[in-house]
Ligand binder design. Structure first.
Ligand code: UGA
Length: 436
């Protein structure tokens, strides 16, 4: 069984390496020569712990190759995964240009029966379009099956998530094609859900929308905890232990970002609007998340008595730890607003700062957290990188101009910091009773 994966981004590379781990021979396809050169030399174009050791290993074993030749990759494969990017259009809908181009190329170069699997997150009904684009470009009427096998991996734990998933979802028009794809995962012990194409596509969007809902829900409860003097971390624990609720994705903070939740929620809302279906919950989930940054900035402003002329140090800029991805990271909005308000901004992030440097030349990128905090009016934690726990907070206290910590991820030890003398704010962490 030979597998080709079109698109060597986050999902494509992880999918390719996952199949190598499962014992298959895989060809990864991409058009970006720079990316291909890096991959062929065993280096990742992304920061993703866990993949960096497996990539050179599978290249050396001959399990994995990378090419820009889609023709070869299509001809030699039995199964072709489409894992190209699906950027957002200005109205939030999903731009299928790269998916269409991949499908057209598959049709053009098809040399026999193929199973084409959609791994990219695509609007409901795209599987059928992919089939049409393939058939329209075929030189001979070869049979083709389209399967949807959505991705549930998280950045930072991509390979682990791919190899030990909670479930595998396979959607297909023909049960035989679904069974064939299911058999690729025979060595992975987890529930495998076989359904139709449209349902598999809907499962992907619903999963991300529901996870974003949990976070916006606990963030809203966090705001209530702030005024009623309750502790949101304990609320999350207290409700999360109810198995019907579940304890994950209930960490209150400055909100969700990344390349998936914002884009997928926008696409689902755009799909619902196109169909004339009102989706109040989805819109509220997004609104709460957008407001969350302003909510934190208001807490910062209250404590500093204004932002103009203040020096704010951001600890972390990536949308979450263990990634250098800053797409839709709350930190980006925070930097923009702080600069617009006349504050000066310092940034420290173990891996992502380089991306911010280009976008915000006015912000000063520091090499260490200590450098960022010296002479600063606030340590504003945006990303829960583990190393922030081992900052010498006593030393930083002496070096800061104003010893204020705004903890955007409820990550630091409040009692410890207050013991040193810091003023501390973390959402819903017993910030006093103003009501009730
Ligand atoms: C998300 C999903 O978790 C994956 O299952 C999915 O495959 C992926 O999108 C995708 O569609 O490709 P990812 O974007 O890598 O994965 O990141 P998450 O770990 O889900 O975190 C998303 C955001 O939510 C981050 O900004 C994180 O800080 C925030 N978050 C997460 C919270 O604010 N609180 C939480 O309790 C959990």
């Amino acid at each position: 069984m030979k597998i080709s994966v079109i698109g060597s981004g986050y999902v494509g590379i992880t999918t390719a390496i996952m199949f190598c781990e499962l014992g298959y021979k895989v060809t990864g396809v991409d058009t970006d020569e720079r990316k291909l050169a890096l991959l062929r030399s065993g280096q990742l174009p992304i920061y993703e712990p866990g993949l960096e050791k497996r990539l050179p290993l599978h290249l050396a074993k001959g399990n994995l190759a990378f090419t820009d030749d889609t023709k070869d990759a299509v001809e030699e494969a039995d199964v072709i995964y489409i894992a190209v990017g699906t950027p957002a259009n200005p109205d939030g809908s999903c731009d299928l240009t790269y998916v269409r181009e991949a499908a057209q190329a598959i049709g053009r170069y098809q040399n026999g029966y193929k199973i084409v699997v959609n791994k990219s997150t695509v609007p409901i009904g795209t599987g059928e379009k992919v089939k049409r684009w393939i058939l329209e470009n075929q030189k001979h009427p070869y049979p083709v099956d389209i399967v949807s096998n959505p991705e549930f991996l998280r950045e930072g734990t991509a390979l682990r998530d791919a190899l030990s998933p909670d479930r595998i979802v396979i959607g297909a028009e023909r049960p035989a094609a679904a069974e064939m794809i299911k058999s690729l995962f025979a060595d992975i012990d987890c529930p495998k859900i076989v359904t139709n194409l449209r349902t598999a596509e809907m499962i992907k969007y619903s999963a991300n929308a529901f996870l974003a809902t949990k976070i916006s829900f606990i963030n809203e409860i966090g705001r209530l905890c702030d005024v009623y003097g309750a502790n949101v971390d304990d609320v999350a624990l207290g409700i999360g232990l109810d198995r019907r609720i579940g304890s994950e994705f209930l960490r209150a903070g400055i909100g969700w970002g990344g390349s998936c939740f914002p884009k997928d929620l926008a696409a689902l809302i755009a799909m619902s609007e196109r169909a004339g279906v009102e989706t109040r919950i989805l819109k509220a989930v997004r609104e709460v998340n957008t407001e969350q940054v302003a909510y934190y900035l208001a807490r910062l402003e209250e404590r500093l008595g204004g932002l103009r002329g203040k020096r704010v140090s951001l600890l972390g800029v990536s949308f979450k730890p263990d990634t250098d991805d800053i797409r839709e990271a709350p930190a980006i909005t925070v930097i923009k607003r702080l600069l617009a308000c006349g504050a000066s901004v310092r940034i420290y992030d173990p891996v992502a700062a380089k991306h911010v440097k280009l976008e915000f030349p006015a912000a000063r990128v520091c090499k260490t957290a200590e450098e960022a905090l010296a002479e600063s009016d606030c340590a504003f934690l945006m990303t829960e990188w583990k190393e922030f726990l081992s900052i010498d907070w006593k030393k930083a206290y002496a070096a800061m101009r104003t010893p204020l910590v705004i903890d955007g991820r409820n990550f630091l030890d409040r009692k410890f910091l207050e013991g040193i003398g810091y003023r501390y704010y973390g959402i819903g962490r017993g910030n006093g009773v103003t009501h009730g």
